[in-house]
Design a protein around this ligand. Structure first.
Ligand SMILES: O=P(O)(O)OC[C@H]1O[C@@H](O)[C@H](O)[C@@H]1O
Length: 152
């Protein structure tokens, strides 16, 4: 599977560890930067990465200091369902119930062992196609259709 990654300076180190894990798992990683810890503005990296996730209909993993910054930016893009997870249980439900296509993590708030476990769980869990989860996901999709513009 192809995974698009992005971060800011606060997430660059954890991003590198996650990229190594994903490659070990056999995935193709497109790391859209940054590549060192020089201070940057998160949106300069997460915005183009989220656009690419939506255009190519793949998954994304974004890392900043706390995670919500990446989710806040990514969820402004049509086709993105981004979640912030701080434990594997949340990651499991974020796939089974929510069918999220972008995982956001906070490099300053979780250690890399926990982050890698979250990534492993999120990557290996599928959407549960039960009627209630389908209905809920469709309702969220309907909100996007009404309010977000697909301009690419
Ligand atoms: O390192 P600085 O620039 O202080 O803080 C950046 C981080 O703090 C939070 O806003 C975000 O999580 C961002 O990644």
């Amino acid at each position: 599977m192809k995974i698009i990654m992005a971060s800011d300076h606060a997430g660059v180190e954890l991003k590198a560890e996650i990229k190594a894990l994903l490659e070990t798992m056999g995935h193709e990683v497109d790391d859209m930067g940054p590549y060192d810890t020089t201070a940057v503005d998160l949106s300069d990296f997460v915005y183009p990465a989220a656009l690419k996730v939506s255009q190519e209909k793949v998954c994304g993993i974004f890392v900043d200091g706390v995670g919500y910054g990446s989710a806040l930016i990514a969820n402004r893009i049509y086709g993105i369902d981004a979640v912030v997870c701080q434990d594997p249980f949340c990651a499991k439900l974020a796939r089974e119930h929510t069918d999220s296509n972008v995982l956001c993590l906070g490099g300053k708030i979780i250690g890399s062992a926990l982050a890698l476990e979250i990534v492993r769980t999120w990557m290996t869990t599928d959407f549960l196609p039960e009627e209630k989860y389908i209905r809920r996901v469709e309702k969220v999709k309907a909100i996007s259709e009404k309010h977000l513009v697909k301009n690419f």
